[in-house]
Ligand binder design. Structure first.
Ligand SMILES: C=CC1=C(C)c2cc3[nH]c(cc4nc(cc5[nH]c(cc1n2)c(C)c5CCC(=O)O)C(CCC(=O)O)=C4C)c(C)c3C=C
Ligand code: FES
Ligand SMILES: [Fe+2]
Length: 429
């Protein structure tokens, strides 16, 4: 122990001086991997006793930043068999639907200012979270922000190449955390992003078990639907919106939580998303002391198949028809503004309901400091826990027949052995 402590001091001095470190004592395999590392940022930070640097990779769907990017965005989206399973016809039907849909969706992005703000918000939230994490989790600092979008730049492949260029992996065995920005888990969203991450990990780093060969050790924050910081951030935005109503009407305002819907085929496959969205709603209402009547409704269904309801637009119409005109819409399944809030809720639902003065929308979380602190707390707890992912991640949907899901869940659950060398490998069902 003493030898290791002295050597660590020597290592610190020599790395700071820029001298390559050659240990004079036998090392455990895990120490050898750290100390043998060339003097990149990875090695330099080991020197001061941190396990960092740690890559914090935010996963999300992304959106077109300009109207010119809408075509590519939709063609990637309709090519994704985890989101829209079209079987063997995917590569024929996908491009057809996306080409037909592009002009309509381009108009919607033009109407919200020419593009999706998802990239701007995701990069901001991650950078701010990493600054907080450096302070509250010095043992894993520095934390470096990365973004991997599923359907828009920066795509997963680009992010992975950047990680490798920055010295994670490539024989150096760095640590990366895949942090989904969907608070509630769906196989069509977080599941799809993780399957994509697993695919690029295999293409760019080979098949060996991560960590053992100096490739990246991954862990996953796969869901956080009822985290108290998330709940607090939602609750504060709702309270701010309620405060805009005259006091005598405030308690009777109906809160309408609105989440992106799912096709009933996905719900019946056993997707966890509907129950996790309901968990968020309940936790927010509990924090508000059930101050107002409320309902959960579902928006943005696409195509002719059956989707989970009631639909948000219909719900608003029906309450107005019943005489309930004070309504606050709360986007509950996405953490920043996007076309579904700025266009569908603000322009279509509120703009066209005839009562835009009494039907309002709570702000999206965007740059909320309470929300960004929550992200940092979630990440810190995850890094301390030593868990590769949640137990839920290992359990596939009862109706899942996808080999991609099986393999990617096995991979991420199996990372436990690298995060905690003493842990046993978890399995995926
Ligand atoms: C939690 C959020 C989301 C879930 C769940 C989700 C499932 C889901 N979506 C589609 C099809 C489409 N979604 C589209 C856009 C879109 N979807 C979400 C979020 C979730 N989707 C967002 C935030 C956005 C917009 C991004 C932005 O830049 O603002 C689209 C493209 C738009 C369109 O053509 O209407 C499609 C298509 C399915 C089939 C699905 C569940 C299986
Ligand atoms: S579809 Fe849910 S685990 Fe595969
Ligand atoms: Fe969607």
């Amino acid at each position: 122990m003493m030898a290791l402590r002295l050597s660590t001091q020597r290592l610190t001095r020599e790395v700071l001086k820029g001298t390559p470190f050659r240990p004079s004592f036998p090392l455990l395999e895990s120490q050898r991997r750290h100390f043998a590392t060339p003097s990149t940022t990875v090695a330099a930070h080991d020197a001061v006793g941190s396990k960092g640097p740690t890559a914090m990779v935010f996963l999300n769907m992304g959106g077109p930043s300009t109207t010119d990017e809408v075509g590519d965005f939709l063609s990637r989206l309709f090519a994704d068999g985890d989101l829209i399973p079209l079987g063997r016809l995917q590569s024929y039907i996908g491009p057809l639907i996306s080409t037909r849909r592009t002009p309509k969706i381009q108009k919607q992005y033009a109407a919200i200012g020419g593009g999706s703000p998802i990239r701007k918000w995701t990069e901001y939230q991650n950078a701010e979270m990493c600054k907080i994490l450096d302070k509250i989790s010095p043992e894993t600092a520095p934390h470096k922000p990365y973004v991997a979008f599923r359907y828009a730049d920066p795509l997963t492949e680009e992010m992975y190449n950047k990680l490798l260029q920055d010295g994670f992996g490539n024989g150096r065995g760095g640590r990366a955390v895949a942090f989904t920005q969907y608070p509630q888990y769906s196989c069509s969203t977080t599941g799809s992003s993780l399957n994509e991450l697993w695919k690029w990990r295999h293409r760019l780093e080979g098949k060996a078990a991560s960590g053992d060969d100096g490739s990246i050790s991954w862990s996953v924050i796969d869901r956080w639907p009822a985290h108290h910081g998330l709940v607090e951030a939602f609750a504060q935005n709702i309270e701010a919106k309620l405060a805009e109503y005259p006091e005598e009407r405030r308690k009777q305002v109906v809160l309408l939580f609105s989440a992106h819907s799912l096709p009933m085929s996905v719900v019946n496959r056993g997707d966890p998303y509907p129950s996790e969205v309901a968990a968020t709603v309940h936790a927010v209402m509990q924090r508000l002391n059930f101050s107002n009547p409320y309902r959960l409704c579902w928006q943005s269904q696409v195509g002719p198949s059956a989707w989970l309801g009631p639909q948000t637009a219909t719900t608003v119409e029906q309450y107005i028809a019943k005489g309930q005109k004070d309504l606050v819409l709360i986007p509950i399944a996405f953490t920043s503004d996007h076309i579904e809030t700025l266009y569908e809720l603000d322009t279509e639902v509120i703009g066209e309901c005839g009562h835009a003065d009494t039907v309002k929308r709570a702000d999206s979380l965007n740059g909320s400091p309470v929300f960004i602190q929550a992200l940092a707390d979630i990440a810190k707890d995850h890094l301390r826990s030593g868990n590769a992912c949640s137990l839920q991640m290992g359990l596939r949907c009862p109706g899942c027949k996808s080999d991609r899901c099986l393999e990617s869940k096995k991979f991420f659950s199996g990372q436990q052995a690298n995060i905690y060398p003493i842990g046993s490998k978890a399995t995926a069902l």
